[in-house]
Design a protein around this ligand. Structure first.
Ligand code: C2E
Ligand code: MG
Ligand code: MG
Length: 428
């Protein structure tokens, strides 16, 4: 017998009751994935009506389902739960699948007809969690996994729990690392086609007292989701500009210092002011600073990105698009972005010169960049054959292990001195 109830407490007491009896219970969490899009497009009134229609459809399905004694609960916002005394993973998965398919069909209410798209995560006692509270948490983890899965369905797994605990522990360690000097900043040379040093990319390193050296590929994503990227990004920017200033004061010829800026960091309000403040504090000339942003920034809101990039440009800094070719930026917007440089992603460089697909993409990116009067740099250049191919195809600049790994500032300076006394094999 299905009943749609409204309270969360209701669900918890049902879960508690069943688990106390020692019966198995399966819990499905359901979220209407497109609800916020619908609110934004049709307004709250129409969205509310559609939500009620969706709840009615769920209640109908629960009543008709082969899951005995299933109950439907409304949690916060556009999230629902179905609890049923079923310990069978396959039965839960099948029910979840039927619901997801059901919600791919438009819901009609008044004059509106919209697809609301359901995502669902499920878990069950006693295998996934011992108590009702833990079960809700396990199902929530599964729901989060479902939100980033193309199938829109995920069951809880021990791996999910382990990953989440590891990510939380990493987040805590990262928070404690702020301002303690655990972050180090390495610099990787960027050369032009004639082998002349033109720039350096700043790359962060995290030396944790117990964990050792943690790769940015591991902690930057955690820093992004936790928001810690904002203070960390400020440390990177400050370190890069201070180092750049120190090199200038030591009489080194100026070079472009590039700094990676993550999506979360630059859409934060006040980012432009922060860059201006760091430039002011360190006295580093803006035109020798380059900010590397990824295509994902542009993907969020292209109009807002145009405005953001224009404001950054107005400070006098240079802008590059990192990992170009891996995102899905709209070419028409690319034309409107006030950028200076495209970085050909290393995944395309890796296959050069023999892999036809990599070569086709690299050739296209280089041509596109040149057509738009941008500087094109290839990253991840490791071999002479790659270098020769890239320069022959019009790539302006090169970066990669072929020239140097990222180096601590002192070593970078020595590398640079050695380079000045060396002559480079001229590229084809
Ligand atoms: P990215 O910005 O695309 O940086 C290039 C990465 O490729 C660096 O890895 C670099 O060490 C590596 N690399 C350079 N040359 C070669 C090569 O010839 N072969 C190979 N296989 N790899 C090469 P790293 O330092 O581990 O950084 C990984 C990513 O982490 C960066 O990708 C960037 O997205 C992010 N990251 C690093 N430092 C920062 C930072 O300060 N702020 C932010 N927001 N992200 C950062
Ligand atoms: Mg980069
Ligand atoms: Mg890159």
């Amino acid at each position: 017998e299905a009943r749609a109830s409204i309270a969360m407490g209701d669900l918890l007491s049902r879960l508690g009751e069943v688990t106390r009896r020692g019966d198995p219970i399966g819990l499905l969490l359901l979220r209407l994935a497109r609800y916020h899009t619908v609110v934004a497009g049709l307004g709250h009134r129409a969205a509310d009506q559609l939500l009620a229609a969706a709840a009615a459809r769920l209640a109908e399905r629960v009543a008709a389902a082969e899951l005995p004694q299933a109950t439907l609960h409304r949690l916060e916002g556009e999230t629902f739960a179905i609890a049923a005394p079923v310990g069978d993973r396959l039965a839960l998965a099948r029910f979840a699948d039927a619901l997801v398919r059901e919600f791919a069909v438009p819901i009609a209410e008044g004059e509106q007809s919209v697809v609301l798209d359901l995502v669902t995560g499920y878990a069950r006692t006693p295998d996934d969690a011992p108590t009702g509270d833990d079960l809700l948490q396990a199902a929530e983890l599964a729901l989060q996994a479902a939100q980033s899965s193309p199938a829109a369905i995920a069951g809880y797994s021990e791996e999910l729990g382990r990953d989440r605990r590891a990510a939380l522990a990493l987040e805590q360690a990262l928070r404690q690392a702020l301002g303690t000097g655990q972050f180090e900043f390495f610099f990787q040379p960027q050369l032009d086609g004639a082998g002349k040093l033109v720039g350096a990319e700043t790359l962060i390193r995290w030396r944790h007292p117990d964990r050792g050296l943690v790769s940015p590929a591991d902690f930057i994503p955690v820093a992004e989701t936790s928001g810690l990227i904002v203070p960390i990004g400020r440390e990177v920017l400050t370190a890069a500009c201070s180092q750049g200033r120190a090199w200038l004061e030591a009489g080194r010829p100026p070079l472009l210092i590039a700094v990676n800026v993550s999506a979360r960091q630059c859409v934060q309000s006040g980012f432009v002011d922060e860059v201006a403040a760091v430039l002011g504090e360190t006295g580093y000339p803006p035109h020798w600073l380059e900010l590397e942003i990824t295509e994902s920034v542009a993907a969020q809101d292209a109009e807002a990105t145009v405005a953001l990039l224009a404001a950054l440009k107005a400070l006098g800094v240079r802008l590059a698009i990192d990992d170009f070719g891996t995102g899905f930026s709209s070419l028409s917007y690319l034309r409107r972005f006030p950028i200076d440089k495209l970085k050909v992603d290393q995944s395309f460089v890796r296959g050069l010169p023999d892999d036809g697909q990599s070569a086709a993409i690299a050739r296209t990116v280089i041509a596109l960049g040149r057509e738009l009067s941008l500087t094109v740099i290839a990253e991840g250049v490791e071999t002479e054959a790659q270098e020769t191919w890239l320069v022959a195809h019009g790539c302006h600049e090169l970066q990669g292990f072929r020239y140097s790994r990222p180096l601590p500032a002192g070593e970078f300076d020595r590398w640079r001195a050695a380079l000045a006394g060396l002559s480079y094999a001229p590229a084809a």
